[in-house]
Structures are given as structure tokens and as C-alpha cells.
Design a protein around this ligand. Structure first.
Ligand SMILES: CC(C)(COP(=O)(O)OP(=O)(O)OC[C@H]1O[C@@H](n2cnc3c(N)ncnc32)[C@H](O)[C@@H]1OP(=O)(O)O)[C@@H](O)C(=O)NCCC(=O)NCCS
Length: 147
């Protein structure tokens, strides 16, 4: 399949980008539309995977400190998993982190996604929070100082 990784730019792209984030990461837990957006959006690096005109993957990088960045709100649309879209999103995210010398990338992975992040070189640091009373997260980290 062919897809491109790009940053949402227009109002319409952002609207559809947030909608997919909500649909995949909030709607299944009955969270209202709007709950997928937080107060840091303006300061973050946003990425999406697009097939033709359809957004099929989303991810965000936020900057926690001068050297630490964090991947959040990462999801690939149903029916499009295991085709390399997640890896492509993370590759561009890591390159972006490196350009601003954010050499340490952390994230809080949902339990079923741990294997994916391990494939990409992330290691579990600790069990972290429980979202919506049921989704266990694990803090993971990767040092992006090489290559
Ligand atoms: C987790 C997720 C982002 C992975 O994206 P994806 O596009 O399916 O992943 P890719 O196809 O790029 O996979 C890259 C590698 O990881 C492996 N992989 C993907 N998902 C995996 C999983 N859940 N467990 C173990 N390995 C996994 C792939 O097989 C592939 O390995 P390979 O390179 O040896 O073939 C996606 O499945 C998803 O959105 N899941 C639901 C939402 C979610 O949990 N988001 C993360 C919140 S922390």
C-alpha cells in the first residue's frame, strides 16, 4: 500500500486528524469528542499518515524538557495495522526529536502496544497509570543519541 507521512497544516486536516485520534483512542471508552485534545497541542509536533485523502494514522511529539520528548496519541486506523505505518510515524518523530537535541524519548504505552514499541527499540521503565480505570500503561524509553 502507499501512504505518506506529513504534518497536518490546514484547519480541515487538523479537524480530521483530531477526529481519528478521538475515534481510535477515546470513543471506544465512551469519551466525548473534544476529550482527545489537551492544552499542549499548540506546542507539539503533529504527524499523520495519509492514504489518498484518508488519514489512517496519527501521532504527536511533545517536548517535556530541553532533552526529553514524549510520544503521545499514537494510533493507526483499524484495518491498516501491521503495514509499517506506525513504524514510519515513529521514524519521522524520532528524526524531529533529534533535530532539537531531544535525545531521550519517553512514552506511556498501552499494554497491547508494548511489543510494537519494543520492536522499535523502546524499553519498559515501569508500570505507569491506569486510564479510564482499565487501560494499563507502561512507561517506556529510548535514547536516540546514535545514528
Ligand atoms: C500499536 C500501533 C500504533 C502499531 O502500529 P502499526 O502500524 O500496526 O505497526 P507497524 O506495522 O509499523 O509495526 C512495526 C513492527 O512492530 C510489530 N508490531 C506492530 N504492532 C505490534 C503489537 N501490538 N505487538 C507486537 N508487535 C507489533 C509489527 O509486526 C512490525 O514488526 P516487523 O517490522 O518485524 O514486521 C497500532 O497497532 C495501533 O494504533 N494500535 C491501537 C492503538 C494503540 O494502542 N496505540 C498506542 C497507544 S500507546
Amino acid at each position: 500500500m502507499t501512504f505518506v507521512i506529513k504534518q497536518p497544516k490546514t484547519e480541515d486536516e487538523f479537524k480530521r486528524y483530531y477526529h481519528l485520534r478521538w475515534k481510535l483512542l477515546r470513543a471506544p471508552w465512551n469519551q466525548p469528542e473534544g476529550s482527545e485534545i489537551d492544552e499542549l497541542e499548540d506546542q507539539c509536533f503533529h504527524l499523520m499518515a495519509v492514504d489518498e485523502d484518508e488519514i489512517i494514522g496519527v501521532a504527536r511529539l511533545q517536548f517535556n524538557s530541553s532533552d526529553e520528548a514524549q510520544i503521545r496519541y499514537m494510533a493507526v486506523a483499524n484495518g491498516h495495522e501491521k503495514k509499517g505505518i506506525g513504524r514510519a510515524l515513529v521514524t519521522v518523530i524520532e528524526a524531529r526529536a533529534k533535530t532539537s537535541r531531544h535525545d531521550k524519548i519517553i512514552l506511556h504505552a498501552r499494554e497491547p502496544a508494548i511489543g510494537f514499541y519494543q520492536k522499535l527499540g523502546y524499553e519498559i521503565i515501569e508500570k505507569s497509570y491506569l486510564l479510564f480505570g482499565e487501560i494499563q500503561h507502561f512507561k517506556m524509553m529510548k535514547a536516540c543519541t546514535t545514528k
